[in-house]
Design a protein around this ligand. Structure first.
Ligand code: K7E
Ligand code: CUA
Length: 620
């Protein structure tokens, strides 16, 4: 959910929060700390979140940075910010987007709107290998958790427009999913008047293939869909493995003021995609070429997708740990709907349909639904704990509801400050959730911190879910714009601290200062640079105006944390090289003159001495 268009909800939400807060205030503001009971509550919370200096957190939290285009890494339970992983946006702190490789990966785009991180899975459990994250602009990225760096950005891929329903992965990381939130005439570049929206605009849902060994992503399958807005996705697991689900809104196929025109129907749909059938159809050569990609049309390839009716404009869709239940949250309702996977299969077999949309059969709601759980107003997303509990974020109520799968009983609620969007429980979307912790990713922080002017931070609140009653433990203030996050047990990750010399296969790497220096071919100059405490070798580089200069820097350190930088002020160069790494940057020496370069990362007492000169000799 975005911040805009929620004004009305906020008013309703404020009332709801007021009511809730009276009942079960989770903690006491500092100024109002009085009485033994309140103090003990705060003391317990403090102890549960306190990670002593030198001690380590129990979990990593990977939080989407929204349109900052980055991923923020926090430790849980301390909620300390550990690191920022740049993905879709240049990040001077690590030199991301300045060297040749990361520049090429970003292309000409300097921002991306990232929403949903997805940790790679093996047999439905996080395996700690990669983190995928989508961008609204039809892209998906892979971060390697060995070094916490972005290794691949795929896209913008053809046909998918406004890739919000991404990047949820299948249980063995066979695919990450994509979907169009903004249907357009396809292929991209086709023009059709807005009056023809219902017929000439198309949505697409897609599976991005992932290589199980390398994590390399490539185009998998695409399916042509009616012009709805595909919102969230999730993969089936265990009994429902082989299926992926996508919520949609605007099944009215309306245009204009969607807040009115796209909320007419009582029910929109969740699309249930049989991805194994789609994969097979593509392998058999079925589909039509659109925008350079084979796209399956459900009219011609039946059996790959079905629609499940779901309450008004569903937002999140979340599959329970055993794969038996699919939870769809109609954000304009007071209930969340639980579908039974077995019943869905039976309805498909019996052709228990109530109609169709552009060749896609619509399943009969009553035949596939198990329950409408009265969780509260504005349900958005659901996560799971062990012992069959589910946790649903309530945007309008600004709270989290805890309820039981199977009995559908709502057992507890905890207020959030303020206006929760996603929530993230420890390994809470896997086949074996941990329980323990849950983080509410809130849209507004509402004065719970020192004011920093009109642009306030968002808030992420840590909730203890280890006991029957949920308890708020901690307020953290996070960078905009939080959407989803995932939490993984820290001992599943084994990050490296240096790049081993033997593993550096860069063709321009040099490991001895004797090998540093310059070679020239015509007006193309290559400079091999060695960085090691406390010299940049060579200490001066002389080129001619008009030369195309490639500088390859190898940091030959093999010591943890010994990073070196290369800042070249007038040429907008800012590269950071980790121990054992080689990076290149290429520029045209358009300006004559003398330009100092220096190490940007503090590396020793003689860090200030780590400097040199680029001399660009003027023509004529
Ligand atoms: Cu609910 Cu983009 Cu997943 Cu925001 S989305 S909340
Ligand atoms: Cu090298 Cu500072």
């Amino acid at each position: 959910m975005k911040r805009k268009g929620i004004v009305l909800w906020s008013v309703v939400g404020a009332m709801a929060v007021g009511l809730l807060a009276g009942r079960c205030a989770p903690s006491v503001p500092k100024a109002a700390k009085k009485g033994a009971a309140a103090v003990s509550d705060v003391a317990v919370a403090a102890q549960k979140t306190y990670v002593a200096p030198g001690d380590l957190d129990e979990y990593y939290l990977f939080s989407s940075g929204g349109h900052s285009g980055q991923v923020y890494v926090y430790g849980v339970p301390s909620m300390r910010h550990l690191s920022t992983i740049p993905v879709y946006t240049p990040y001077p702190a690590t030199g991301y987007g300045f060297d040749d490789d990361t520049k090429a990966m970003l292309g000409n785009l300097t921002w991306g709107d990232a929403h949903h991180p997805a940790l790679s899975e093996t047999a439905g459990d996080y395996d700690g290998r990669w983190l995928f994250i989508n961008d609204m602009n039809g892209r998906i990225a892979r971060i390697d958790l060995r070094d916490f760096k972005t290794k691949q950005i795929l896209g913008p891929i053809p046909n998918v427009s406004g890739n919000h329903a991404s990047s949820f992965v299948t249980p063995n990381t066979e695919y990450a999913v994509m979907g169009s939130r903004f249907s357009i005439p396809i292929p991209k570049g086709t023009v059709a008047p807005i009056e023809k929206y219902a017929t000439d605009y198309k949505g697409v849902v897609a599976g991005i293939k992932i290589d199980p060994k390398s994590g390399e992503m490539s185009l998998g399958w695409q399916i042509l869909m009616p012009p709805f807005d595909y919102d969230l996705g999730d993969a089936g697991k265990k009994v429902s493995d082989g299926w992926v689900f996508f919520t949609s809104y605007n099944t009215e196929r309306a245009t204009g003021k969607l807040e009115v025109t796209a909320s007419q129907r009582d029910r929109d749909y969740i699309a249930a995609v049989d991805w194994k059938a789609a994969e097979k159809a593509v392998a058999e050569g079925k589909g039509d070429m659109i925008g350079g990609v084979k796209v399956l049309d459900p009219k011609k390839v039946p059996g790959i997708v079905y629609f499940m009716p779901c309450g008004k404009s569903p937002h999140g869709v979340d599959v329970a740990p055993d794969g038996k239940w699919i939870v769809g949250s109609g954000k304009l309702q007071g209930v969340t709907t639980v579908f039974n996977f077995e019943k869905i299969q039976t309805a498909i077999r019996n052709k228990d349909f109530t109609g169709e949309e552009d060749g896609i059969p619509v399943l009969k709601y009553e035949s596939i639904k198990d329950a409408e759980v009265p969780v509260g107003l504005g349900p958005l997303h659901t996560q799971f704990g062990p012992d069959g509990y589910a946790y649903t974020s309530l945007f309008v109520d600004s709270a989290i509801a805890k309820w039981k799968l199977g009995t559908w009983e709502v057992v507890d609620k905890v207020p959030m400050s303020y206006s929760i969007g996603h929530l993230c429980a420890a390994e809470g979307d896997t086949v074996s959730p941990d329980g323990k912790y849950l983080v509410g990713l809130n849209k507004l922080s509402h004065g719970r911190h020192l004011s920093v002017g009109p642009s306030q931070p968002e808030s992420s609140q840590l909730v203890d879910i280890s006991e029957e009653k949920m308890k708020l433990l901690y307020d953290a203030f996070t960078e905009p714009e939080p959407h989803y996050a995932q939490m993984i047990k820290a001992d599943k990750l084994h990050p490296i601290e240096v790049y081993a010399k033997e593993e550096n296969k860069h063709p321009l790497a040099v490991w001895d200062v004797k090998d540093a220096g310059m070679t020239r071919q015509g007006n193309k100059v290559t400079v091999k640079v060695v960085e090691v405490r406390s010299t940049i070798t060579p200490t001066s580089i002389e080129v001619n105006e008009g030369d195309e200069v490639t500088v390859a820097i190898t940091n030959i350190e093999q010591t943890t944390d010994e990073l070196h930088g290369f800042g070249l002020l007038d040429y907008n160069v800012n590269v950071v090289v980790d121990p054992g790494e080689t990076k290149t940057f290429t520029f045209k020496a358009t300006k004559g003159g003398v330009f100092p370069y220096y190490c940007t990362n503090f590396c020793s007492a003689l860090h200030q001495e780590m400097q040199g000169y680029l001399i660009v000799k003027k023509k004529g």
